[in-house]
Design a binder for this molecule. Structure first.
Ligand code: SAH
Ligand code: SF4
Ligand code: F3S
Length: 432
């Protein structure tokens, strides 16, 4: 009989995709299938995030629980970004952990689970030519890595130290993976990387030439691909060619994540983001002018060391000018071995909390306004989930969540829907 794997995923979409790879590898090579019941698992894995302090603290409390609840003989492993950054220290602190496999070493998972004490955390391991076994947790959406690592050095960020140098995956691997997923029924492709629009700069094989715009064109030529999304692009690499493609290619969802971090040019400089407040506003203006119903989402950090009240006001000013559809906001969290870690002009927690609240409240006003403006519009909605209350949920072309009364046969279909009402975060509609 096959063995059972319980896997918990923290962190971003890259980590979720790594989890799919881990499940696929352990299924193909080690005969594991997944379970949601921790107590029946033969192998328990936590795929970790270290971008802020809180998920790291969570790792050790989760591990304690796993140890308590696991069935006799079940193995426990730690994967992902905290595995990369803490390595063997995890086993020192929690000796019952059997193995540690970093975010850049997923291809080592099959062997790692066999030998107690294995630690695989080489952050520059080249996994770009490695084709993983096939598994996706969504019928309709295929998440596909297009690059690994990050070539930036934002001073607050631990990711370059956990995922290593940026490297682009060859287009033939990406396109092949997408074709396979489409053959199995996927209609939506989600291209993933820390700087997706920097794609093509770092192929291991120097003879390969491509860039992000070219990749988008190649992906959209695949029969059966109906929607293309990507995350995260970097504001620095939004060239005209890319914006033109984003605006004009009907398969590309009109939703874009443009991480601001701070609206103040001096803070941006200290974060080493490489752009100014004006540059960011110009990019958003250009995209809005070319893509009328575009949905713009962002990430904001408040309380970066040295951020004065006046500097923070620039962040508020940018929020007021762009009116983001969604903001992922964070209080700055000092991370080990980053440049900002040693900055001494830290902001007290009370001030950071006050700023965070201000961002959240302002954003809520914008969200209500933006969502209400959708009522009466017709949207193309891709339905993917049946809710217990008889509603069916999908996403519009600009990636807003839409609910209608409907049944199973709509799953996997893209249908015209008239929007009849809204809440702050979703829409209700009717099929036309
Ligand atoms: N490559 C992506 C970011 C990945 S990390 C990008 O550049 O957009 C996701 C988000 O976490 C970042 O955009 C940032 O807003 C936040 N973040 C990263 N490090 C942080 C830290 N030390 N404290 C608080 N938030 C942080
Ligand atoms: Fe981190 Fe900056 Fe790289 Fe994003 S671009 S992963 S924030 S270093
Ligand atoms: Fe977290 Fe690593 Fe993603 S630190 S946000 S899981 S890249």
């Amino acid at each position: 009989m096959g063995k059972k794997l319980f896997i918990e995923t923290l962190g971003c979409q890259m980590n979720s995709r790594d989890t799919e790879h881990i499940i696929a590898e352990l299924n193909t090579h080690n005969n594991y299938t997944t379970t949601d019941i921790l107590e029946e698992a033969d192998l328990i894995i936590i795929n970790t995030c270290s971008v802020r302090e809180r998920p790291v603290a969570k790792l050790f409390s989760e591990l304690g629980q796993f140890k308590k609840l696991r069935k006799a003989g079940a193995k426990i492993g730690v994967c992902g970004c905290t595995a990369s950054h803490l390595g063997r220290d995890i086993i020192k602190r929690a000796p019952y952990v059997d193995f540690v496999v970093g975010a850049r070493n997923v291809s080592k998972i099959s062997k790692a689970i066999e030998t107690k004490g294995t630690v695989e955390i080489d952050i520059n391991h080249d996994e770009t030519t490695y084709e993983f076994s096939d598994y996706r947790n969504s019928l309709y959406r295929a998440s596909v890595n297009i690059s690994l690592g990050c070539d930036k050095s934002c001073t607050y960020c631990i990711v370059p130290a956990t995922r290593g140098e940026e490297i682009s995956i060859p287009p033939q691997i990406i396109l092949g993976e997408i074709k396979k997923a489409v053959d199995k029924g996927a209609k939506e492709v989600f291209l993933l990387g820390q700087n997706v629009n920097n794609y093509g700069k770092y192929f291991s094989d120097k003879n390969i030439k491509s860039n992000f715009t070219k990749l988008l064109q190649d992906v959209s030529k695949i029969d059966g691909v109906e929607r293309i999304r990507f995350t995260s692009p970097h504001p620095l690499h939004m060239d005209d060619e890319f914006i033109q493609e984003f605006a004009s290619n009907p398969k590309i969802c009109k939703s874009i994540h443009i991480p601001l971090q701070s609206g103040n040019t001096k803070v941006l400089k200290e974060m080493k983001r490489g752009y100014t407040k004006e540059w960011f506003l110009k990019i958003c203006d250009r995209i809005k002018a070319m893509v009328p119903d575009v949905r713009i989402t962002t990430d904001i950090i408040v309380g970066f060391p040295g951020e004065s009240d006046k500097e923070f006001e620039d962040t508020i000013d940018v929020i007021n000018k762009v009116k983001f559809d969604q903001i992922f906001n964070f209080k700055y969290s000092a991370r080990p071995n980053t440049q900002a870690e040693t900055m001494t002009n830290t902001i007290d927690d009370e001030t950071a909390t006050k700023r965070l609240t201000q961002v959240i409240e302002l954003h809520k006003l914008h969200q209500s306004e933006l969502m209400a403006s959708n009522v009466g519009k017709t949207m193309k909605v891709f339905f993917e989930d049946l809710k217990p209350n008889g509603e069916i949920m999908g996403f519009s072309d600009n990636y807003i969540q839409v609910f209608i009364k409907g049944s199973e046969e709509l799953l996997g279909q893209i249908v015209d829907v008239k929007i009849v009402s809204n809440s702050r975060t979703s829409l209700k509609g009717e099929i036309i």
